[in-house]
Design a protein around this ligand. Sequence first.
Ligand code: BGC
Length: 744
Amino acid sequence: MQRQVDRLMAEMTLAEKIGQLNLLAAGEGLTTGAKQDTPLAQRLDAGAVGAIFGTKSLASARAMQDRALAGSRLGIPLFFAEDVIHGHRTVFPLPVALACSWDLDLVEETSAFAAAEAASEGLHQVYAPMIDISRDARWGRVAESPGEDPLLASRIAVAATRGFQGRDIAGAGRVAACLKHFVAYGAPDSGRDYDNASLSWEDLLSIYLPPFAAGVAEGAASVMASFNAVNKLAMHAHAPLIEGWLRGRTGFGGLVVSDYTGVKELTAHGLGPAPVVVARALHAGIDMDMVGEDYLAELPALARDGLSAPDAGVAFSADEIRGLIDRACHRVLSFKAALGLLDDPFRGIGDTEAPSRLSGRKLARRAAARSAVLLKNDGVLPLDDATGVALIGPFARDRRNMLGTWAVSGNSDDVVSLSDAVAALTGRMPDTAWGANIVADSWLERRLNVHGTTVEADPRTEADLLLEALEVARRSEVIVVTVGEAKEHAGESSSSLSPALPEAHHRLVAALKETGKPVVVIVFAGRPLALGSVAENADALLYAWHGGISGPEGVADLLFGAASPSARLCVTLPLHPGEVPVSHAEEPTGRPFPGVFQKFRTGWLDLPDGLTRFPFGFGLGYGDMRYGPPRLSAARAHAGDKVLLSLTVENAGPREAVETVQLYASDPVARITRPARFMIDFKQITLSPGESREVVFELDAGQFAYPLAPSLDAAEWLRDPGQIILHVGPNSRDTQPVELTWLS
Ligand code: BGC
């Protein structure tokens, strides 16, 4: 393969090499191949495109490949990419939802299905998995993220990469994964999308980088850089992190692409005019320039003259630039070779059959039921099929929002609404009422329309909607009320000052509670929302996210007991919008100091009392799970020893149940402040009614290592002997402790 690439490189002109670094959007695409004369066609004729993303049909991909081959003296083919974020045509639950399944086989299965659908449409690379840790619910892209925890996110990165790529990215029905966004895109200042991240190198190394290391170790073939700056340097120019950490430390040997116009945007970051930022991006390790075409415009002159920009503190000789172009082009061609495209430019275009839509629907429904987190149940769920249900709220008949953000190839016609899903399951159409609008504020509605879609609204007043809802509620035995946010509320460029349920939804739930009937609240959302009084007013509470084409069917299965809830939060739900960022892995502070200064504490004066905390890892089932005491094979151990922590978990309930047993640790004395607790392992088990199982965790000293990093270059991972407290339980709060001492 390498010889093939080297042979091509030896024959290529500078212009041909630069052309390979140009990554364009398909836009309208091509339909008639040779006859069309669009700007994209002109680029293809000039051999000035390396890859295209966003093709919408096989025919268009074929037309583009034909045209590219005709325009390339050496017959170098394109590769095709797409945003396949949570499914392709078959839209699965949002990534943040699927992460709540903690089910790595399911993540692998849905990724493999999405890959097969994408591959059948001629796609070779997907811009997924998105593995940005996020602890800030204001940030709209939490929807795409695996949540707040590095261990869970790392395991998801591995499972998704395996699902997309299989053993070979050139295998039938497989595609290249693209880990994104590198890095710390999920930690923007104030939760504003695209904003920069200022954080300690220790946090970067222990929280934000591990999922990338895990994806790379699994063989992920590509990585996308993120828009933000990290510790003062924009990621598209971040040589120490891309060439240094990613390639140097993890051994990543694949392709790095820019994000959309990410190279061009370096100028707005204050890094200089186009020639300077192009040189910096190429030097930092950005191999392909997405959409901006700055590589195409600037590299010929840079390769001829070099660059000296003392004001920006950079200088490159012409030779150096040519060397960097060669490096990037070699990576692009190696990627194409690994995809099998240098042997067969039409590989994947029309030679792979799409998996059956029916099997996709079944998988999507199972995934939806596995992703919805049951937060509260005062005995009202599961419902009996014969229960007279009133289905209220703006999502009762909704289909469009269920797809969630970043479902670019999805179709809302494929969604079965909650009312239809309930009818299909129970044989009876539930009584429905709108209840409240999704967005009650007209200015926000207008803002959402700017994003290119509309939020469906009922023109009646809130009072009228409420009257109708109460009438329907009075005729029922149980009220199921749907609240939450529209799909445009979450996603790219959709940060929110106040990640909370709309006030109108609070009023609706409170009014329904007044009827005295049991109220089941279902939250459809793209981010973790502060639930406030809704959590108190609900008799049962299900956090269903935006669950994809079968999201509502999965919810119906849970409501009526056709499936049992097993999801666990992959994010902490904020008590109040003002407390974000928030996570289970917060650091201790000096106050309150035991016995002294009790009135001085971290926290907020104006945080209302009585709010329910739904912590990371939390979720209920329909069973009765009992945890025995944890036991250690040795309470004292040396580095190099294996220690076993075991406990018995019993399903004392009447149904089969999936349980996620979680293991956390705290390191009370270290060289620097460590998180009060951090997750070190989890295991998911399925128990039949009455079954007990011994769950065993294997511990080794490496799990307790932490980074010390006065700078990125000087970073080292170390571990001290001493005491560790292990905490095991069904979530990050309700745990049992056991102590372990490392003697060395
Ligand atoms: C997003 C990426 C996405 C790219 C291509 C950007 O705006 O940040 O996640 O892959 O567009 O659609």
